[in-house]
Design a protein around this ligand. Structure first.
Ligand code: 13P
Length: 285
Protein backbone atom coordinates (compact mmCIF):
# COMPACT_ATOMS: atom_id res chain seq x y z
CA UNK A 1 0.00 0.00 0.00
CA UNK A 2 1.56 3.29 -1.17
CA UNK A 3 1.00 6.11 1.33
CA UNK A 4 2.29 9.66 1.72
CA UNK A 5 5.32 10.57 3.77
CA UNK A 6 3.07 12.59 6.03
CA UNK A 7 0.77 9.64 6.79
CA UNK A 8 3.61 7.23 7.53
CA UNK A 9 5.40 9.69 9.84
CA UNK A 10 2.19 10.75 11.57
CA UNK A 11 1.62 7.12 12.60
CA UNK A 12 5.21 6.91 13.88
CA UNK A 13 4.72 10.11 15.86
CA UNK A 14 1.43 8.91 17.35
CA UNK A 15 3.04 5.60 18.38
CA UNK A 16 6.52 6.90 19.31
CA UNK A 17 8.75 4.94 16.96
CA UNK A 18 10.88 5.77 13.89
CA UNK A 19 10.28 4.64 10.31
CA UNK A 20 13.34 3.34 8.46
CA UNK A 21 14.04 5.27 5.28
CA UNK A 22 16.29 3.10 3.14
CA UNK A 23 18.07 4.30 -0.01
CA UNK A 24 17.34 2.33 -3.16
CA UNK A 25 19.26 2.10 -6.44
CA UNK A 26 18.20 -1.17 -8.07
CA UNK A 27 15.75 -4.07 -7.93
CA UNK A 28 17.74 -6.22 -5.49
CA UNK A 29 17.91 -3.45 -2.88
CA UNK A 30 14.17 -2.83 -3.20
CA UNK A 31 13.45 -6.57 -2.88
CA UNK A 32 15.69 -6.82 0.19
CA UNK A 33 13.84 -3.98 1.94
CA UNK A 34 10.50 -5.49 0.88
CA UNK A 35 11.42 -8.86 2.38
CA UNK A 36 12.43 -7.25 5.68
CA UNK A 37 9.37 -4.99 5.90
CA UNK A 38 6.98 -7.79 4.98
CA UNK A 39 8.46 -10.29 7.44
CA UNK A 40 8.52 -7.79 10.32
CA UNK A 41 5.23 -6.05 9.42
CA UNK A 42 6.99 -2.70 9.38
CA UNK A 43 6.01 0.49 7.54
CA UNK A 44 8.98 1.66 5.43
CA UNK A 45 10.12 4.58 3.31
CA UNK A 46 11.95 3.71 0.10
CA UNK A 47 13.98 6.70 -0.94
CA UNK A 48 15.94 7.50 -4.07
CA UNK A 49 18.55 10.22 -4.33
CA UNK A 50 19.02 12.28 -7.49
CA UNK A 51 22.08 10.08 -8.13
CA UNK A 52 19.95 6.92 -7.86
CA UNK A 53 17.45 8.38 -10.30
CA UNK A 54 20.26 9.27 -12.70
CA UNK A 55 21.56 5.69 -12.44
CA UNK A 56 18.31 3.70 -12.64
CA UNK A 57 15.85 6.14 -14.23
CA UNK A 58 12.85 7.61 -12.44
CA UNK A 59 10.44 5.31 -14.30
CA UNK A 60 12.21 2.13 -13.16
CA UNK A 61 12.47 3.29 -9.55
CA UNK A 62 8.81 4.32 -9.46
CA UNK A 63 7.57 1.14 -11.13
CA UNK A 64 9.62 -1.13 -8.87
CA UNK A 65 8.45 0.62 -5.70
CA UNK A 66 4.82 0.71 -6.86
CA UNK A 67 4.99 -3.02 -7.62
CA UNK A 68 6.43 -3.64 -4.15
CA UNK A 69 3.59 -1.67 -2.61
CA UNK A 70 1.10 -3.90 -4.45
CA UNK A 71 2.86 -7.14 -3.56
CA UNK A 72 3.35 -6.61 0.17
CA UNK A 73 0.76 -5.54 2.65
CA UNK A 74 2.57 -2.82 4.63
CA UNK A 75 2.47 0.98 4.25
CA UNK A 76 5.24 2.20 1.92
CA UNK A 77 6.18 5.77 0.99
CA UNK A 78 8.25 6.59 -2.10
CA UNK A 79 10.49 9.53 -1.28
CA UNK A 80 13.07 11.69 -3.06
CA UNK A 81 16.17 12.02 -0.87
CA UNK A 82 18.09 15.34 -0.97
CA UNK A 83 16.33 17.05 -3.85
CA UNK A 84 18.52 20.02 -4.69
CA UNK A 85 17.32 20.55 -8.23
CA UNK A 86 13.89 22.07 -8.86
CA UNK A 87 13.27 20.14 -12.11
CA UNK A 88 14.30 16.82 -10.49
CA UNK A 89 11.84 17.39 -7.66
CA UNK A 90 9.00 18.17 -10.08
CA UNK A 91 9.91 15.10 -12.16
CA UNK A 92 9.53 12.88 -9.08
CA UNK A 93 6.20 14.47 -8.17
CA UNK A 94 4.92 13.95 -11.72
CA UNK A 95 6.03 10.30 -11.67
CA UNK A 96 4.11 9.43 -8.54
CA UNK A 97 6.52 9.90 -5.62
CA UNK A 98 4.45 10.36 -2.46
CA UNK A 99 7.09 12.44 -0.69
CA UNK A 100 10.01 14.67 -1.70
CA UNK A 101 12.89 16.28 0.14
CA UNK A 102 13.92 19.80 -0.80
CA UNK A 103 17.45 20.26 0.47
CA UNK A 104 18.18 23.97 0.35
CA UNK A 105 20.26 23.77 3.54
CA UNK A 106 23.38 25.20 1.88
CA UNK A 107 21.58 28.55 1.56
CA UNK A 108 21.05 31.20 4.24
CA UNK A 109 17.89 30.83 6.34
CA UNK A 110 15.74 33.26 4.31
CA UNK A 111 16.62 31.63 0.99
CA UNK A 112 16.16 28.12 2.45
CA UNK A 113 12.68 29.20 3.61
CA UNK A 114 11.83 30.74 0.21
CA UNK A 115 12.91 27.68 -1.82
CA UNK A 116 11.28 25.22 0.59
CA UNK A 117 8.01 27.16 0.60
CA UNK A 118 7.89 27.04 -3.18
CA UNK A 119 8.22 23.23 -3.22
CA UNK A 120 5.69 22.88 -0.38
CA UNK A 121 3.17 24.93 -2.41
CA UNK A 122 3.58 22.75 -5.50
CA UNK A 123 3.84 19.37 -3.73
CA UNK A 124 0.91 19.98 -1.38
CA UNK A 125 -1.32 21.01 -4.29
CA UNK A 126 -1.08 17.40 -5.53
CA UNK A 127 -1.02 15.69 -2.12
CA UNK A 128 2.73 15.00 -1.96
CA UNK A 129 4.55 15.42 1.36
CA UNK A 130 7.71 17.49 1.84
CA UNK A 131 10.82 17.07 4.00
CA UNK A 132 13.30 19.94 4.29
CA UNK A 133 16.67 20.38 6.00
CA UNK A 134 17.86 23.03 8.41
CA UNK A 135 21.44 23.13 9.65
CA UNK A 136 24.11 21.41 7.57
CA UNK A 137 24.63 17.65 7.90
CA UNK A 138 28.25 16.72 7.21
CA UNK A 139 29.62 14.07 4.86
CA UNK A 140 28.78 12.96 1.31
CA UNK A 141 25.41 11.72 0.08
CA UNK A 142 25.72 11.31 -3.68
CA UNK A 143 25.88 14.85 -5.08
CA UNK A 144 25.53 16.61 -1.71
CA UNK A 145 28.96 17.17 -0.13
CA UNK A 146 29.38 19.03 3.19
CA UNK A 147 32.88 19.23 4.73
CA UNK A 148 33.42 18.89 8.50
CA UNK A 149 34.19 22.62 8.68
CA UNK A 150 30.94 23.55 6.90
CA UNK A 151 28.70 21.28 9.00
CA UNK A 152 26.54 23.23 11.47
CA UNK A 153 24.03 22.08 14.09
CA UNK A 154 20.36 23.02 13.85
CA UNK A 155 19.26 25.82 16.15
CA UNK A 156 15.96 24.94 17.94
CA UNK A 157 14.44 28.45 17.68
CA UNK A 158 15.34 28.72 14.00
CA UNK A 159 13.84 25.26 13.44
CA UNK A 160 10.54 26.41 14.98
CA UNK A 161 10.38 29.48 12.71
CA UNK A 162 11.45 27.42 9.69
CA UNK A 163 8.82 24.71 10.19
CA UNK A 164 6.03 27.22 10.80
CA UNK A 165 6.90 29.51 7.89
CA UNK A 166 7.47 26.78 5.31
CA UNK A 167 4.64 24.39 6.22
CA UNK A 168 6.88 21.32 5.71
CA UNK A 169 5.68 17.88 6.80
CA UNK A 170 8.98 16.77 8.34
CA UNK A 171 12.32 18.32 9.15
CA UNK A 172 15.85 16.92 8.81
CA UNK A 173 18.08 18.27 11.54
CA UNK A 174 21.85 18.40 12.02
CA UNK A 175 22.71 17.00 15.45
CA UNK A 176 26.14 15.38 14.97
CA UNK A 177 25.55 12.61 12.44
CA UNK A 178 27.20 12.65 8.99
CA UNK A 179 26.57 10.88 5.69
CA UNK A 180 28.96 8.07 4.75
CA UNK A 181 31.46 6.03 6.77
CA UNK A 182 32.45 7.49 10.19
CA UNK A 183 36.12 7.89 11.11
CA UNK A 184 35.48 7.72 14.86
CA UNK A 185 32.32 7.15 16.90
CA UNK A 186 29.69 9.81 16.08
CA UNK A 187 28.59 12.08 18.94
CA UNK A 188 24.87 12.70 18.62
CA UNK A 189 23.44 15.65 20.55
CA UNK A 190 20.37 13.98 22.09
CA UNK A 191 19.55 17.06 24.21
CA UNK A 192 19.36 19.18 21.05
CA UNK A 193 16.91 16.68 19.49
CA UNK A 194 14.72 17.01 22.60
CA UNK A 195 14.90 20.81 22.47
CA UNK A 196 13.99 20.89 18.78
CA UNK A 197 11.20 18.35 19.30
CA UNK A 198 9.69 20.45 22.08
CA UNK A 199 9.24 23.48 19.78
CA UNK A 200 8.78 21.92 16.32
CA UNK A 201 5.43 20.23 15.66
CA UNK A 202 6.38 18.16 12.60
CA UNK A 203 8.25 14.81 12.78
CA UNK A 204 12.07 15.03 12.90
CA UNK A 205 14.45 13.19 10.56
CA UNK A 206 17.92 11.81 11.30
CA UNK A 207 20.27 11.56 8.32
CA UNK A 208 23.65 9.82 8.25
CA UNK A 209 22.45 7.05 10.55
CA UNK A 210 24.64 4.20 9.25
CA UNK A 211 27.36 3.32 11.73
CA UNK A 212 25.62 5.09 14.61
CA UNK A 213 25.59 2.80 17.71
CA UNK A 214 22.19 1.23 18.32
CA UNK A 215 21.77 2.62 21.84
CA UNK A 216 22.34 6.12 20.42
CA UNK A 217 19.69 5.52 17.77
CA UNK A 218 17.26 4.29 20.43
CA UNK A 219 17.94 7.44 22.47
CA UNK A 220 17.38 9.55 19.35
CA UNK A 221 13.99 7.89 18.82
CA UNK A 222 13.20 8.48 22.51
CA UNK A 223 14.08 12.16 22.01
CA UNK A 224 11.69 12.56 19.05
CA UNK A 225 13.31 11.28 15.82
CA UNK A 226 10.62 9.70 13.59
CA UNK A 227 12.48 8.94 10.32
CA UNK A 228 15.92 7.36 10.21
CA UNK A 229 17.89 7.37 6.94
CA UNK A 230 20.13 4.43 6.10
CA UNK A 231 22.22 4.18 2.94
CA UNK A 232 25.88 3.36 3.69
CA UNK A 233 25.17 0.23 5.77
CA UNK A 234 23.11 -1.23 2.89
CA UNK A 235 25.89 -0.45 0.42
CA UNK A 236 28.42 -2.10 2.75
CA UNK A 237 26.26 -5.23 3.06
CA UNK A 238 25.85 -5.41 -0.70
CA UNK A 239 29.53 -4.88 -1.49
CA UNK A 240 30.73 -7.19 1.29
CA UNK A 241 28.52 -10.07 0.12
CA UNK A 242 29.41 -9.63 -3.56
CA UNK A 243 33.14 -9.43 -2.80
CA UNK A 244 33.19 -12.57 -0.68
CA UNK A 245 31.04 -14.52 -3.15
CA UNK A 246 33.25 -13.55 -6.09
CA UNK A 247 36.47 -14.34 -4.22
CA UNK A 248 35.12 -17.77 -3.21
CA UNK A 249 33.63 -18.44 -6.68
CA UNK A 250 35.96 -16.68 -9.13
CA UNK A 251 34.58 -18.56 -12.15
CA UNK A 252 30.92 -17.78 -11.50
CA UNK A 253 29.40 -15.53 -14.18
CA UNK A 254 25.67 -15.85 -13.44
CA UNK A 255 24.47 -12.46 -12.08
CA UNK A 256 21.69 -14.22 -10.18
CA UNK A 257 24.14 -16.37 -8.25
CA UNK A 258 26.38 -13.37 -7.54
CA UNK A 259 23.57 -11.06 -6.41
CA UNK A 260 21.42 -13.50 -4.40
CA UNK A 261 23.65 -13.57 -1.29
CA UNK A 262 23.98 -9.77 -1.48
CA UNK A 263 20.20 -9.39 -1.53
CA UNK A 264 19.95 -11.66 1.52
CA UNK A 265 22.67 -9.79 3.43
CA UNK A 266 20.92 -6.46 2.73
CA UNK A 267 17.59 -7.89 3.91
CA UNK A 268 19.26 -9.01 7.17
CA UNK A 269 20.75 -5.54 7.66
CA UNK A 270 17.38 -3.87 7.10
CA UNK A 271 15.67 -6.27 9.54
CA UNK A 272 18.22 -5.42 12.22
CA UNK A 273 17.60 -1.68 11.75
CA UNK A 274 13.81 -2.01 11.76
CA UNK A 275 13.97 -3.72 15.18
CA UNK A 276 16.21 -0.96 16.58
CA UNK A 277 13.86 1.76 15.27
CA UNK A 278 10.87 0.04 16.92
CA UNK A 279 8.89 -0.06 13.67
CA UNK A 280 8.47 -3.86 13.63
CA UNK A 281 4.84 -4.92 13.98
CA UNK A 282 3.66 -1.31 13.41
CA UNK A 283 2.12 -1.79 9.93
CA UNK A 284 -1.43 -0.56 10.42
CA UNK A 285 -2.75 -1.70 7.04
P1 13P B 1 24.11 7.06 5.62
O1 13P B 1 24.74 6.85 4.29
O2 13P B 1 25.06 7.49 6.66
O3 13P B 1 23.30 5.88 6.02
O4 13P B 1 23.06 8.26 5.45
C1 13P B 1 21.97 8.10 4.62
C2 13P B 1 21.19 9.35 4.50
O5 13P B 1 21.09 10.13 5.41
C3 13P B 1 20.48 9.58 3.25
O6 13P B 1 19.93 10.86 3.17
Amino acid sequence: MLVTGKEILQHADDHQYAVGAFNVNNMEIIQAIAEAADELRAPVILQASQGAIKYAGVEYITALVKTTAELIDVPIALHLDHGTDFEEIIKCIRNGFTSVMIDASKHELEENIRLTKEIVRIAHSVGVSVEAELGKIGGTEDQVVVSEAEATYTDPEEAKVFAEETGVDSLAIAVGTAHGVYKGEPKVDIERIKQIDSVVKVPLVLHGSSGVPYDTLENAVGAGIRKINIDTDIRASFAGAVKSFVSENPDEIDPRKILKPARQRMADTVKEKIKVFGSDGKAWK
